[in-house]
Design a protein around this ligand. Structure first.
Ligand code: EPS
Length: 379
């Protein structure tokens, strides 16, 4: 399957085209809209989310609630475009409006400076509009379609926020406890830790500063053997890392015990293997995070994703105006203080995309019935 996204943050719309979905996959549009609403929520979000009420329109590939096997096009219109049309239109824009919205005081940590140099632009808006995390809205919509494909096979995805700017939840949670995170303000499962995290966000907001954090995403029910040990490009852990690192503001991805394996011995890290007639092969621990040799091993897949603090600071950092080359304070208009709840929803969407692609690669199938029969036939 192949996913292409398009769209600028203040342009008319965000678009996703998914090629290669089998026919007869039931599409739950309300489910997509619920994921979109979750992505917009969470403590610490900025005022843009009050303007938008993201809602998907399916333009192609679905009829009477089921895929046809043709490319599926998803669209989320940007309500804010109405306020930006005079400087974001594909036709001739109003030069005064373009000047007013031009960004030349490039923000450290954002796309601005490297982007204007690479694409020979005089206004960083021509690169930041696409680089904006607004693009994640359409990835969440597409991810929900992939999740529905996986769900039809009995593969489920869930996650939670385990750290906000140094405030950490060290708890161990069962998979079925994770969904409760969606009913909280910050996606955290321990209410005392969440309260401390909110205090941290409030303090940073007062300072005109921002916060990042860490989320964990888990996949349950995926049988062994998805991914590949034979070609590096198809290794499941490599694909998860690529997909997750491509999310705006992500700086780190860990699988299973992740970086902590470096300080431990082999005996402390590798998961011993057992066999029972009724259960088949199993492990009593899962430090591998469900992936060995670039393939799923049948245990839960566990990934952790680290997000840097959002680079638009209300009290901007020192920078250079690339027109005058003079020192100045970086541009800021409005910003989220913390978007970690959103990252958790986006990371689930990206994990769904990667796992669904690994399933499609191995099983193929023109119809969901074919895919399901092939999946069920595996051990
Ligand atoms: C976002 C929309 C953007 C930002 C944010 C995420 O809206 P605006 O630029 O109009 O305020 O709030 O984008 C960024 C963090 C970024 O760096 O561009 C969204 O819908 O998630």
């Amino acid at each position: 399957m192949k996913l292409t996204t398009a769209g600028e943050s203040h342009g008319k719309a965000l678009i996703a085209v998914i090629e290669g979905l089998p026919a007869h996959l039931s599409i739950d549009i309300d489910g997509i809209n619920r994921a979109l609403a979750l992505r917009q929520s969470g403590y610490g979000r900025g005022s843009r989310q009050q303007i938008e009420k993201d809602c998907v329109e399916i333009l192609t590939g679905v009829r009477n609630g089921e895929t046809l096997g043709s490319p599926v096009t998803l669209c989320v219109f940007n309500k804010d475009y109405a306020n930006w049309e005079n400087c974001m239109s594909a036709g001739t824009c109003d030069s005064k409006a373009m000047q007013e919205k031009a960004l030349t005081k490039v923000r450290p940590g954002h796309v601005d400076l490297t982007g204007v140099l690479k694409y020979a632009q005089e206004d960083a808006r021509n690169v930041l509009e696409r680089a904006s995390a607004r693009e994640t809205a359409i990835r969440v919509a597409a991810g929900e379609v992939y999740r529905q494909y996986l769900s039809a096979l009995g593969v489920e995805i869930a996650g939670y926020v385990c750290e906000v700017c140094g405030v950490k939840d060290g708890g161990m949670y069962a998979f079925n406890e994770l969904s409760a995170s969606k009913n909280t303000d910050l996606g955290m499962l321990d209410s005392a830790i969440e309260a401390l995290s909110k205090e941290k966000i409030n303090a940073l907001q007062k300072e005109g500063d921002t916060a990042g954090g860490v989320v964990e995403v888990r996949v349950k029910g995926l049988k062994s053997g998805f991914g590949s040990a034979m070609t590096y490009a198809e290794k499941l852990d490599g694909q998860l890392a690529q997909g997750l690192m491509s999310i705006q503001a992500v700086k780190g991805v860990e699988i299973g015990a992740g970086f902590s394996v470096a300080e431990k011995s082999g005996k402390e890290v590798h998961d011993e293997i057992f066999y029972e007639e009724s259960r088949g092969y199993y492990r009593k621990s899962n430090r591998a995070g469900g992936i060995e040799g670039g393939m799923s091993n049948g245990e839960e897949i566990v990934v952790r994703v680290a997000m840097k603090p959002i680079p638009t600071l209300m009290k901007g950092l020192s920078t250079i105006d690339f027109n005058s080359k003079e020192s100045c304070v970086a541009a800021s208009e409005r910003s989220d203080v913390c978007a970690i709840f959103a990252l958790e929803i986006i990371a689930e969407a990206v994990v769904a995309e990667v796992i669904a692609n690994a399933v499609a690669k191995r099983l193929g199938g023109d119809t969901m019935a074919e895919v399901k029969a092939r999946y069920d036939a595996l051990n």
